[in-house]
Design a protein around this ligand. Structure first.
Ligand SMILES: [Zn+2]
Length: 79
């Protein structure tokens, strides 16, 4: 009976299997609310809207800045 001369290495077998997989490109659509590119049928990460309704509370950079300033003020008040 014919026998393989060498053991198939991990790399060789994984490479062979990987050749049959396909990488599908991510479908991006423009968010109707903010115009940023987002995945179709998924909540917009930039504004938190989906189907015209607000679903997520997204902290904007400005919100974060205000919070930071507030914290700094609170600390000063403690001293
Ligand atoms: Zn959006």
């Amino acid at each position: 009976m014919a026998v393989p001369k060498r053991k198939t290495s991990k790399r060789r077998s994984k490479n062979r299997r990987a050749a049959n997989t396909k990488v599908t490109p991510v479908m991006l659509v423009k968010c109707p609310k903010c115009g940023e590119p987002k995945k179709a049928h998924i909540v917009c990460k930039t504004c938190g809207y989906y189907k015209g309704k607000k679903v997520l509370d997204i902290e904007t950079k400005l919100d974060k800045k205000l919070k930071k300033e507030q914290k700094a003020k609170d600390k000063e008040g403690e001293k």
